[in-house]
Design a binder for this molecule. Structure first.
Ligand code: DX5
Ligand code: ZN
Length: 223
């Protein structure tokens, strides 16, 4: 299944599960879907690459069984290579890795693609897109982090609009943005060229259906 490859010029919303009620994950995702979400952003953290710990392929598999949306795994972990096959088997449709945590990035991206998933690179706020320039031909999307990964509810780093622009000058691959995305910041990222709006706390701090819809509509108005 492809998602990013067939986005064309569309702007879409993706709830981040990090801010959801993990005891009711499927219902939380369905609520965001009712508000127009087309993708689930699944945050995997290992307490090494980031100082937080979340969930892995076992939970992804259960969620995929229960909901009717593609699931995008964002691996904020050291040695993501060990987790790629389990996530593919769980049924995710795309996997992004943090290149700061990978030694042989070309190989890692190839394994993701060979497993039938779309491959993404997630850039920390301080990581330059030039760091991954030679890997860009092997990615299906670029995830620009607009907070330091690890926690939800952090403040949007406004300079990351410039990074989205820089990435768009380097590749035609769609840009996903993650961190501090709200009704107010989504338009800034869309104006810069972002197409996939990930939002955690902005969706789940209120009524997820309405909040997801507001973010998507605000982003689309900026097109
Ligand atoms: C941050 C995660 C995000 C997080 C975003 O490390 O990668 O996906 O859930 O949360 P908000 O939208 O609250 O900034
Ligand atoms: Zn994320």
């Amino acid at each position: 299944m492809v998602f990013f490859t067939e986005l064309n010029d569309r702007v879409v919303g993706a709830p981040s599960i990090l801010a959801a009620d993990f005891a009711n994950l499927a219902d939380e995702v369905r609520a965001a879907q009712a508000g127009g979400a087309e993708l689930v952003h699944f945050d995997a953290m290992d307490n090494h690459f980031v100082p937080n710990l979340t969930v892995g392929p076992v939970v992804a598999a259960s969620l995929i069984e229960a909901v009717d949306l593609p699931v995008d795994a964002h691996l904020m972990v050291d040695n993501p290579d060990n987790l790629i096959q389990p996530f593919i088997e769980a049924g995710v449709t795309s996997i992004s890795v943090q290149p700061e945590a990978v030694v042989h990035l070309h190989r890692t991206l190839s394994v993701i693609r060979d497993g039938g998933c779309e491959a993404g690179i997630a850039l920390n706020p301080s990581t330059s897109p030039t760091f991954v320039e030679w890997a860009l031909p092997y990615v299906d999307y670029v995830l620009v982090m607009s907070v330091n990964p690890g926690f939800g509810g952090q403040s949007f780093i406004e300079e990351m609009t410039g990074k989205v622009r820089q990435v768009k000058e380097m590749t035609d691959a769609p840009v996903e943005v993650d961190g501090g995305i709200t009704e107010e910041t989504a338009p800034l990222m869309v104006e810069a060229g972002a197409q996939v709006l990930v939002a955690g706390s902005a969706v789940y701090r209120g009524e997820p259906e309405a909040e997801m819809r507001k973010i998507i509509e605000a982003g689309r108005r900026a097109l």
